[in-house]
Design a protein around this ligand. Structure first.
Ligand code: R5P
Length: 294
C-alpha cells in the first residue's frame, strides 16, 4: 500500500520527520486563502489508492477547519484510500458539558464534524474529563498517545528531588502517571473556576515537602491562570520556585509573559503546539503508532 504524509501548513517539521524516519513519500500541496478570505487547496502528489496521513495540530482550530475539510475532501476525490489525521493537540475537549443553560456542547459537535471527513484520528493526551474515552464523541477510530513517559524522563534528567503537583483534580490523571514513572511523590490541589479568566486554588499542604522541587503538571496552559494561582500558593507556602510543565502550550496572548514574570524555575511544554517553551519532543512516541489507527 502506498503511504503518503502531508503537512498542513505549519506542521512541516513533524511531517518531514515522520516521512523521513518511516521512509514515506512527503506529499506536496497548496493551502492558501483567496483575497476574499475563502480557502483554496490543491494536492500536487498522486494519492490514488494511497493511505494518507495529514499532520495538522488543531490549536486555533476555527481558522483551520474549513481548509482542512476541503483538503480531506480533495484527497478523497483524488482517490486516496484512507485519511489518518495526526493532530497532536485536539481542541474543544474542555467544553464537555453544558455548563450554562443554552450553551453548545461544542466538544461533541466538533467531534461529529471531524469524524465526517477523516477516517482515523491520532492525538496526544486529549482533555478527557467528563468523557472517559474519545469513542464517546468520535465515530472514527482514534489512537491516544501519552506524553507521560517523556515528561517523567525530562523531570528525572532536570529536577532534583521532585514533588509532582497537579493544580486541580482534572490534572490527577497526568500527575499520577508522571509521578509513578518518575518515582516521585505527588499532590493534587483543588481548583475552583470563577470565570473564563479567574481561578482560585486551595491550600495544598505543600509545606510537608520543604526540600523538594515542586513540579506543576497540567495538560493545557491557556490563560495561565491555573498555573499562576498554583505558583502563588507554593510561594506563600515557602516552597522552592516550581517547574511548570504542560503537554499543550496553548498560551492565550500575554499568558506566557505573565507566567514567566511569576516565581517559576522553568516553563516547559511538549511540542504538540509550536511554542518557545517546547522542551520535550514527542516524535519518538508517534512513529510506532502511525497508520496503525484503522
Ligand atoms: C482544565 O481543566 C485544564 O486541565 C487546565 O487546567 C486548564 O485548561 C488551564 O487553563 P488556564 O491556563 O486558562 O487556567
Amino acid at each position: 500500500m502506498k503511504r503518503i504524509v502531508f503537512s498542513y501548513p505549519g506542521n512541516e517539521s513533524l511531517a518531514e520527520k515522520i516521512s523521513g524516519d518511516l521512509n514515506l513519500t512527503y506529499g506536496q500541496l497548496v493551502v492558501r486563502s483567496f483575497p476574499d478570505g475563502e480557502s483554496y487547496t490543491r494536492v500536487l502528489t498522486n494519492v490514488k489508492d494511497a493511505d494518507v496521513m495529514v499532520v495538522c495540530s488543531l490549536h486555533g482550530p476555527d481558522e483551520k477547519m474549513m481548509p482542512l475539510y476541503f483538503l480531506c475532501k480533495n484527497l478523497k476525490d483524488l482517490g486516496a484510500n484512507k485519511i489518518v489525521l495526526l493532530s497532536p493537540y485536539l481542541p474543544y475537549m474542555r467544553q464537555d458539558k453544558m455548563f450554562h443553560p443554552g450553551e453548545a456542547l461544542s466538544s461533541a459537535y466538533f467531534a461529529e464534524f471531524l469524524s465526517g471527513f477523516v477516517d482515523a484520528l491520532i492525538t496526544v493526551d486529549p482533555h478527557l474529563h467528563r468523557y472517559q474515552d474519545l469513542t464517546e464523541i468520535y465515530s472514527v477510530p482514534t489512537k491516544v498517545i501519552h506524553s507521560a513517559p517523556l515528561i517523567s524522563e525530562y523531570i528525572n534528567a532536570h529536577v532534583t528531588l521532585p514533588l509532582i503537583i497537579g493544580p486541580d483534580s482534572e490534572s490527577a490523571q497526568w500527575v499520577e502517571e508522571v509521578a509513578r514513572k518518575a518515582a516521585a511523590p505527588f499532590l493534587v490541589l483543588q481548583k475552583e473556576r470563577i470565570g473564563d479568566q479567574e481561578v482560585r486554588i486551595s491550600v495544598p499542604h505543600a509545606e510537608q515537602y520543604p526540600n523538594h522541587t515542586p513540579v506543576l503538571i497540567d495538560d493545557i496552559i491557556s490563560t495561565g491562570q491555573t498555573m499562576m494561582e498554583a505558583v502563588k500558593h507554593l510561594a506563600s507556602a515557602k516552597m522552592k520556585a516550581p517547574f511548570c510543565i504542560a503537554v499543550h502550550a496553548i498560551f492565550a496572548p500575554g499568558a506566557y509573559e505573565n507566567l514567566s514574570r511569576c516565581r517559576v524555575e522553568e516553563i516547559v511544554t511538549c511540542n504538540t503546539v509550536p511554542h518557545i517553551s517546547n522542551k520535550i519532543s514527542l516524535e519518538k512516541l508517534y512513529l510506532p503508532e502511525l497508520f496503525k489507527a484503522n
